[in-house]
Design a binder for this molecule. Structure first.
Ligand code: ZN
Length: 163
């Protein structure tokens, strides 16, 4: 296993549509292992293959419920709504407010190419939506309500005026 370089917004690889995986080769298995290691090392909850420069439909997610590997994933149902903070390892130290479905049901293949379904809610549902967008070259920054915030900046002064 090895850490891979995380591509940063502005890198054209993040704007491309990824190709489906037809066969799980040793090389792609190594990619999956490296993606998990890279995600944990960066304290992320999800990572998509294009974020490490590979245009394949593979994502890894761990929101604290164990690692999930999603190959050729598709959202088959979604409902409800949640509005909250979202960030991305390809947009370091920033976050924005994004509305996503509260529940999603997705189907995918695991790393042995066995089909399975996941039902997810809350942060897990948000992570699935966010990571699947990466596979189609979409960044969460397109969906942010208002502007991006830095984790370092003080709260908006308008809100503090109310005291
Ligand atoms: Zn992201």
């Amino acid at each position: 296993m090895a850490l891979r370089e995380i591509r940063i917004q502005g890198d054209p690889v993040l704007e491309k549509v990824c190709k489906p995986v037809k066969e799980m080769t040793p090389r792609l298995k190594e990619l999956v292992d490296d993606m998990l290691e890279t995600m944990y090392n960066a304290n992320g909850v999800g990572l998509a293959a294009p974020q490490v420069g590979v245009l394949r439909r593979i994502v890894v997610i761990d929101v604290g419920e164990g690692p999930y590997v999603l190959v050729n994933p598709e959202i088959v149902e979604s409902d409800g709504e949640q509005t909250g903070q979202e960030g991305c390892l390809s947009v370091p130290d920033m976050y924005g407010i994004v509305t996503r479905p509260m529940h999603v049901k997705a189907k995918a293949l695991d790393k042995d190419m066995k089909p399975y379904e996941i039902e997810a809610e809350g942060l897990f549902a948000r992570a699935i939506c966010h990571e699947l967008d990466h596979l189609d070259g979409r960044m969460y920054t397109e969906l942010v309500e208002g502007r991006l915030h830095s984790y370092d900046e003080p709260e908006d002064s308008e809100e503090e005026d109310n005291e």
